[in-house]
Design a protein around this ligand. Structure first.
Ligand code: GLA
Length: 380
C-alpha cells in the first residue's frame, strides 16, 4: 500500500483520498458457459490490482502507473467509445458506463499498481474496470452493490473496449469470498458461496502461468460466441443453457456441421460438470472433483478448441506427476492451467511441469499455489 500511495504522491504531488483493491481470478470450472446463460465456478486470487484515487474539480481524468506503460489523460465530457487510446480504454470505459447510466461522478487522478501476472488470462482487465468503478463511485458517494459494479465493468468491456466477454470475470472479482468458490448462475445472476477449503483436505491448487503468447484471443473468442448464438437460433432455444445432457443427442442431430456440434457439446457437458462439481463440494468431497477438471480440459481442447500446446503440456505433465485433475482456466488460447494436487505432491507437480516445458523447448512457466481470496474492496 505504501508503494501505491507514494506512487500517487510522486505522480500527482498530493495525497490520495482513498485506495481500492480488486483481485485477479481463476475459474475452477465452467468455461465459455457465461455467455450461454450457464454456470461457472470461479474464485478470487490473492493477487490484486490496486488503485489510489483523488477527485479533481475540472472534469479531467489522469491515469498513471509504474507498471503499465504510458500516461493518459482525457476529459469526461464527450467521452465515447473510440475516443481514447487503447491503454486508457478500460478505465475510460468504466467511467463512461457510469456516466451513461446517470451516475454523478467527476474528474479523477488515478494511480494503478498490480500483482496480478499481466497478460496471463487472470482477469487483470476485469479487476481494472471493477476497481475504477469502485474508486469513482466511492469518492463521489454513489456506490452500487457488488453485482451492479460487475455489470458496469462488463459493460465497459463490451460496449467501450469492444470485447464481447460474459459476466464471469467481473462477478468473481466483485463477489468472491475467502475460502470459497463462487457458484454463479449466469442467467439469474444468483450466486452461492461454496466450501473450498483445500488445506483442510490436504490439497492445494497449483496455478501454472504458461506464458504462452495469447494470440488472436479476441477474434477467436468472438467467433466461439457467434457459433453458440447461431446454434441457439437453429435449435430454437433461449440459450445453450436450456439444452440438457439428456437433450444433447437430439440437439446434435439438428446441427449442420461438426464444428457447431462440437461447440454445443462442450457447453452442454460443461454446464453439467459445473453442477456435479458443486454437488461434490457441498458433500465435502473436493478430492473427487479432479476428474471433472480433467474432463473439462479435454472438452475445451477437443470440442471448443481453445487450448495451445504449452497448455496441453502443462496439463499432461501435472497429471502424470499425480495431480488429481488439471485444466486450462479462463478464455484460453494460452494463459494459465490449474491443477488440483495433494499438498505433498505440489513440488513434484511443479517440477514436472518445468521439466516438460524445458523438454519441449518452451520458455519457463511460472508456477504458484493459490487459496480462494476476498473480492474487491476499499482498503482505506
Ligand atoms: C474470458 C471472458 C469470460 C468467460 C471466459 C471463458 O475470461 O472474459 O467472460 O467467457 O473467457 O469462460
Amino acid at each position: 500500500m505504501e508503494f501505491l500511495t507514494s506512487g500517487f504522491r510522486e505522480a500527482f504531488g498530493r495525497e490520495p483520498e482513498g485506495v481500492w483493491a480488486a483481485p485477479g481470478r481463476i475459474n475452477l470450472i465452467g468455461e465459455h458457459t457465461d455467455y450461454n446463460d450457464g454456470f461457472a465456478l470461479p474464485m478470487a486470487l490473492p493477487h490484486s490490482l490496486t488503485i489510489a484515487a483523488a477527485r479533481r474539480e475540472d472534469g479531467h481524468v489522469r491515469l498513471r502507473s509504474r507498471r503499465f506503460p504510458g500516461d493518459h489523460g482525457f476529459d469526461l465530457a464527450g467521452l465515447a467509445p473510440g475516443t481514447v487510446p487503447e491503454g486508457a480504454a478500460y478505465q475510460a470505459g468504466s467511467l463512461w458506463a457510469l456516466l451513461d447510466e446517470g451516475h454523478e461522478i467527476g474528474g479523477l487522478d488515478l494511480f494503478v499498481d498490480s500483482t496480478i501476472p499481466a497478460g496471463s488470462g487472470l482477469s487483470t482487465s476485469a479487476a481494472l474496470c471493477c476497481a475504477t468503478v469502485l474508486a469513482a463511485t466511492g469518492l463521489y458517494g454513489d456506490m452500487p452493490a457488488p453485482a451492479e459494479v460487475a455489470r458496469l465493468a462488463q459493460r465497459a468491456e463490451n460496449d467501450f473496449v469492444g470485447m464481447p466477454c460474459g459476466i464471469m470475470d467481473q462477478s468473481a472479482v466483485m463477489q468472491s469470498d475467502e475460502g470459497r468458490a463462487l457458484f454463479l448462475d449466469c442467467r439469474s445472476l444468483a450466486t452461492e458461496q461454496e466450501p473450498f477449503d483445500l488445506a483442510a483436505h490436504g490439497m492445494a491448487l497449483l496455478v501454472v502461468d504458461t506464458k504462452a503468447p495469447r494470440r488472436l484471443v479476441e477474434g477467436a473468442y468472438a467467433e466461439r460466441r457467434r457459433t453458440c448464438e447461431e446454434a441457439v437460433g437453429i435449435l430454437g432455444v433461449r440459450a445453450l443453457r436450456d439444452v440438457t445432457v439428456e437433450d444433447l443427442p437430439r440437439a446434435l442431430d439438428a446441427l449442420p456441421d461438426e464444428v457447431t456440434r462440437a461447440r454445443v457439446r462442450h457447453i452442454v457437458t460443461e454446464n453439467d460438470r459445473v453442477l456435479k462439481t458443486v454437488e461434490l463440494l457441498r458433500a465435502g468431497l473436493p478430492r473427487e472433483v479432479g476428474p471433472l477438471f480433467t474432463a473439462s480440459h479435454v472438452s475445451l481442447r477437443d470440442d471448443f478448441e481453445v487450448s495451445v500446446p504449452e497448455v496441453d503440456t502443462a496439463v499432461e505433465a501435472a497429471l502424470a506427476a499425480g495431480a488429481l485433475g488439471a485444466r486450462i482456466t479462463g478464455g484460453g488460447f494460452g494463459g494459465c492451467v490449474i491443477a488440483l494436487v495433494d499438498t505433498d505432491r505440489t513440488d513434484a507437480c511443479a517440477a514436472a511441469v518445468g521439466s516438460a516445458f524445458a523438454e519441449h523447448g518452451f520458455g519457463a512457466p511460472e508456477v504458484f499455489t493459490a487459496l480462494p481470496s476476498r473480492g474487491a474492496r476499499r482498503l482505506r
